[in-house]
Design a protein around this ligand. Structure first.
Ligand code: PGA
Length: 264
């Protein structure tokens, strides 16, 4: 049985005041929905790096520390030193982040994260025991040209070939079609399922057993209205939520829908 994960990527949003309000509200929603009963569900919060510490503190103040995990949105491909503006894997570990996103489409499109840099970042994370959440997905143009699967395969395979099977067990995947991110357009559950199944087949070429265990999240305009039809699909193990994760009540609802969905 695979774990279920709902991860909230705040992107470059939030403030210290937002953090205080968010976790106070989230705690209330958590209690109302009794989310602690979903033992197979992991909830991951992904704030901007500068807000990780205050978010963790707020989590403790509200007694949620045993239920929430934290992740970085990005990590440096370098270890330490003269790399102004970067956050290292060691720093994420030091702040008790158990995961970090890698290769989010905004990083690929705006900050030049290519397969080589992504592999370096994954290596940095694995070296210190932080689990990478590798984001992959095609643009609208690639989908319209019938290149969606090829594109995703070309993003997944270089990572697979750089990892040992042992390392691969730490990887989480997130399929996020670029055209669905922040646009209000989601892939239909069938479109998403088809790609998730395909990604599992790509992983199976390296290890059939790991392909069955690896968690594959869907991301791209996930909200409380569309989440349950996505979670119902057999290869969709949870969600990477952007915009809707900024609303604590909606995020809690998505967590509930994931918790209630059938285990796979
Ligand atoms: P969105 O973002 O939910 O706002 O579309 C998802 C993501 O980029 O991870």
């Amino acid at each position: 049985m695979r774990p279920k994960i709902v991860a909230g990527n705040w992107k470059m949003n939030g403030s210290q005041a937002f953090v205080q309000d968010y976790f106070a509200g989230f705690k209330q929603s958590w209690n109302d929905k009794d989310l602690g009963k979903f033992t197979g569900l992991k909830v991951i919060i992904i704030p901007p790096a500068i807000l990780i510490e205050s978010s963790k503190r707020s989590t403790v103040n509200h007694g949620l520390q045993d239920y929430l995990e934290f992740a970085g949105q990005n990590v440096s491909s370098f270890t330490e030193g003269a790399f102004t503006g970067e956050v290292s894997a060691v720093m994420l570990k030091d702040f008790e982040c158990s995961y970090s996103l890698v290769g989010h489409s905004e990083r690929r499109a705006l900050f030049g994260d290519d397969n080589q840099i992504i592999n370096q970042k994954i290596k940095q994370l694995l070296d210190v025991g932080v689990r990478p959440i590798l984001c992959v997905g095609e643009t609208l143009e690639q989908r319209e040209q019938g290149l969606a699967k090829e594109t995703v395969q070309a993003q997944v395979e270089p990572v697979l070939s750089a990892l040992s099977n042992e390392e691969l067990k730490s990887l989480v995947l997130a399929y996020e079609p670029v055209w669905a991110i922040g646009t209000g357009k989601t892939a239909t559950p069938d479109e998403a399922q088809e790609m998730h199944e395909f990604i599992r087949e790509v992983v199976a070429k390296k290890s059939p057993s790991i392909a069955q265990q690896i968690v594959i999240l869907y991301g791209g305009s996930v909200n409380a209205g569309n989440a349950s039809s996505l979670f119902a699909k057999k290869d969709i193990d949870g969600a990477l939520v952007g915009g809707a994760s900024l609303k604590f009540d909606e995020f809690a609802e998505i967590c509930e829908l994931c918790g209630e969905s059938d285990s796979k």
